[in-house]
Design a protein around this ligand. Structure first.
Ligand SMILES: Cc1cc2nc3c(=O)[nH]c(=O)nc-3n(C[C@H](O)[C@H](O)[C@H](O)COP(=O)(O)OP(=O)(O)OC[C@H]3O[C@@H](n4cnc5c(N)ncnc54)[C@H](O)[C@@H]3O)c2cc1C
Length: 225
């Protein structure tokens, strides 16, 4: 064999030390502090780690997710709709889909414990948003990770320029965090434009159409957004 032919490199395992523990596969117990329905099939779970030190030190980037497990039922990835600027507890917005999520909806109540590993994923490059306008575009359940980002931007409001959220759902009753979004809009913290595919005969003051149609209606300073 010629000495010029490169040898195969040994596979390098990416050891990832997570705040939830040095072994990234071991979940840390977290207590369910609050449960609230966001829509008929999406529920907010507010959680806090049982270990008080972990509860206070746990942090993440907006856009990251955690793995939630229930012993004997299963595990699944869920985005964080809360912001790392608010320490102590964190939230998940979970839609009923199958085995694990049905169990969460039907059996898990305030005071129960679940397992959490994470945070995982890359999250949004929030440092690059500083000094710029930020445009968020979300559809349906995609609002879950963007709500965490929005909270982050609002909590550190001085660091960013104009904040605009375009958010579309299929129908008015499927808008997640609606009161909160309307309140942010009223306070002038962010420009929030909602759209639905169809009003389905319900009262609706927002736009009708798919969310991408809203892009034509916002004034964008492309260089600074
Ligand atoms: C990075 C990431 C982030 C995510 N963030 C979120 C989030 O913030 N919120 C959220 O709600 N979800 C999120 N998800 C999706 C979420 O992880 C899945 O919905 C969840 O893991 C499903 O688990 P489950 O055991 O409840 O469903 P499963 O049992 O795995 O079922 C999943 C799908 O299979 C179908 N299914 C199940 N059983 C049957 C059957 N017998 N016959 C036919 N079909 C069946 C279900 O209807 C469902 O569509 C995210 C996923 C990823 C990858």
């Amino acid at each position: 064999m010629s000495a010029d032919i490169p040898r195969p490199q040994p596979v390098r395992t990416a050891v990832r030390h997570l705040p939830t523990g040095d072994n990234p596969y071991v979940p840390a117990p977290a207590r369910v502090m609050r449960v609230a329905d966001l829509t008929h099939d999406v529920r907010l779970f507010e959680l806090r780690f049982s270990d008080p030190r972990l509860a206070e030190s746990f942090t993440f980037r907006p856009g990251q997710f955690v793995e939630l497990s229930v012993l004997g039922v299963g595990e699944g990835p869920f985005s964080l709709p809360s912001s790392p600027t608010r320490r102590g507890a964190f939230q998940l917005g979970i839609r009923r889909a199958g085995t694990l999520t049905n169990y969460l909806f039907d059996h898990v109540v305030e005071g129960d414990f679940v397992g959490i590993r994470g945070p995982l994923g890359n999250g949004f490059p929030v440092e690059r948003f500083e000094g710029r306008n930020v445009l968020l575009v979300a559809g349906g359940l995609g609002m879950v990770p963007l709500r965490g980002l929005l909270q982050y931007l609002i909590d550190l409001r001085d660091r960013f320029g104009r904040i605009t959220l375009l958010y579309g759902t299929r129908a008015p009753e499927l808008v997640l965090f609606r009161e909160e979004l309307e309140s942010l809009s009223r306070r002038g913290d962010a420009e929030i434009v909602l759209s639905v595919d169809s009003t389905q005969g319900r009262p609706w003051a927002g736009r009708v159409g798919v969310v991408t149609e809203l892009l034509d209606q916002v004034q964008l300073d492309v260089e600074h957004t």
